[in-house]
Design a protein around this ligand. Sequence first.
Ligand code: SAM
Length: 311
Amino acid sequence: MDEYFHNPVLLNETLQLLEPKDGMIFFDGTVGGGGHASALLQKTSPSGRLYGCDRDGDELLRTSEKLSRQFGSRCQLKQGNYSEVDQLFSGVEFDGALLDLGCSSMQFDRIERGFSFQGDAPLDMRMDRTQELTAEYVVNEYPADELADLFFYYGGVRESRRLARAIEEERMLRRFVSTKQLASFIESKLPRAGKKIHPATRIFQAIRIEVNQEFEHLRSALDKLIPMLKPGARLAVITFHSGEDKIVKDFGRTLARDYVVEGEVDIPEFRKERAPLLKILTRKPVEPTEEEIKQNPRSRSARLRVFEKAG
Ligand SMILES: C[S@@+](CC[C@H](N)C(=O)[O-])C[C@H]1O[C@@H](n2cnc3c(N)ncnc32)[C@H](O)[C@@H]1O
């Protein structure tokens, strides 16, 4: 792996399962720092191609310069959301596709983006800085009930209602505008009680998922990608959150069935037979080795699932 590309999570495992070879065409919906993209381009050389996107224009610009210097026109990148893959790369058919979800280390490390509370910055958290919804809006304008649901479902925080009500009271006195301000307030309401992880970590994660509508885009991308895969093509998805992993697992299971269900409930008498659309290649998700976690602690929660489109 070239030094100047981002340290990609579960790289060897992803490559083993995607089996890139000369001449193949890949889609990378989360180009980020270009680690996976550059490895796929190397493995598909000399004639393979990679079509990629990232919703973060700043990130994509930097990576695109590096990738095009090394791989020229074999690599075609566009700023955009992977949930719009059908419009971004209309008419292209892929031999394989990768989604490596969540934020990149660079996004976390650029304090001014507001994803982290390691330094002080405006409450932003937008991956795509042209979108309107920001973390500041979510924290100051969402009704307490909605905030509580976000904290509970996306953050897994049990004291979600109490915290949401406290935020509602506080914001009547002064608006939440910065990451440090919000993190300190959360810490004052949800003390650590000996836990190593700062109590704001999960709340920040929940707000980020909402600001970027991450689950909605994932569902939509999975639906749109399947018709763009060639028969036998593989789709790899790396998740970092149990909610995301469940979306991917359920999606795979539904398409791997040899029947469709009519209506909301699966009643055997109402099943309609059809050929499975996908094969599941990872019964259990692939997890990083201890070695990888030691080298890159952010890989800790990564889970990889891979599917193959029926031939
Ligand atoms: C974990 S990083 C990817 C790292 C990359 N695989 C590498 O090796 O450098 C996730 C990237 O996905 C992007 N992203 C997240 N959601 C997206 C979406 N819905 N559409 C396009 N890009 C998205 C983020 O902006 C971020 O750059």
